[in-house]
Design a protein. Structure first.
Length: 143
């Protein structure tokens, strides 16, 4: 039953995000569609990690859900800002998720190779990532 719910939620978010892109293309709808597409990717990655054994066979995928979580709150914030103020703030929006992905690939996959999941959980990288995700959700919820 849990597997069916994961698959249903993944496809529902995917189709809803694509449907939003189909009807009217503006910045607000693009941000809303990317929110649902990110949710679909997050659910799909969690399904693969939890039920398909990718956590053991492809442990490098563990950072994908962390990267999506860093971008998730930001996308919701940018969508609401666009809807309320009709413009986006001028800034480098997705620098934290991209910076995390680059640092993960650089440090974990290249410098500390070969990658093992226990190395990721027992280094400074994972706790800092979890704190950054919690702080980003808190900051975007406050704003």
């Amino acid at each position: 039953m849990k597997i069916a719910l994961y698959i249903w939620a993944c496809f529902q978010n995917l189709f809803f995000g694509l449907t939003i892109l189909y009807f009217k293309r503006n910045k607000a709808n693009l941000l809303l569609a990317s929110f649902f597409l990110l949710a679909s990717c997050l659910i799909g990655v969690q399904y693969l990690l939890r039920f398909r054994g990718y956590l053991v066979s492809f442990p490098q995928m563990a950072f994908v859900s962390d990267t999506i979580n860093l971008a998730f709150g930001l996308t919701a914030y940018l969508y609401l800002y666009q809807v309320l103020y009709r413009r986006l703030p001028r800034n480098w929006y997705y620098t934290p998720p991209v910076g995390f992905a680059v640092s993960f690939v650089g440090y974990q996959l290249i410098y500390s190779a070969p990658f093992h999941l226990s190395n990721y959980f027992h280094t400074w990288h994972h706790p800092i990532t979890l704190v950054a995700i919690a702080l980003s959700f808190s900051v975007y919820a406050y704003y």
